[in-house]
Design a protein around this ligand. Sequence first.
Ligand code: ADP
Length: 258
Amino acid sequence: DFSVSLPKTGDDELGDLAQSIQLLANDLSYLKEERSEFLSSISHELRTPLTYIKGYADIVQKRNLTAEERNQYLTIILEETNRLSDMVKNLFDLAKIDKNSFDIHKTPIDLHDFMRKIEAKFTPAFMDKKMILEVNCPEAIQLNADASRLEQIIFNLLDNSIKYSSPDGKTAITVSRHNKNIIIRIKDNGKGIPEHELPYIFNRFYRVDKSRTRALGGTGLGLAIVKELIHAHGGTITVKSKENIGTEFDMVFKGDDG
Ligand code: ADP
């Protein structure tokens, strides 16, 4: 049974989040018959951060803590709130995709310009981790796609390449054209994915190492959304990876009508 209750805290973020979860529960009610497994994963996944938030909030309220402890617990509360917020946002997207009420507004995108903007936007996040982002895209290459969805796809893949790489790692985006197809490759030299895990990484809530990715703030929904968004564009995504060598995602889009 899917029910989550959060305290109503008025005009603040937690209150907004409680409301989002309520709306989400309504939005996902159609899942009840066909996808109860997904639904029970959702309740489980939402409860985990809520348990942390409640537990640490209780401690902060009831115990005498040093300033340092207090800070540490508040940080956890904040991280878990952010995770919950990301998860709710991701679940909204998946719910819309499942219901086919997901609008894709394709426009012709100049990929050279687009990738330069992506580079400018994401370089700070790479620099924060002392990583390098390299972007290679020829000029005069156009793709019919939904620009904000394409950015979301690339954001999720770049975010993963940062999360699962060590400092001084490098991620490269390479755009190329093969006949009428446009290929966008995102390749990192991070920790890689064990071969036997590869068939599952696009599944909802699938994480290779639950405890490790939990510490990194993962929800296990990023790649599921990437896959759905690419399919909604008529494209495909494949992955190659070697442990401790790196991971490569290849997206193929049809060049003529997107
Ligand atoms: P998460 O929110 O946990 O990152 P995703 O759906 O984005 O969820 O990814 C699923 C799992 O695939 C991750 O938990 C991680 O183990 C693995 N993974 C994804 N991208 C990479 C990458 N670039 N390098 C290594 N592992 C990755």
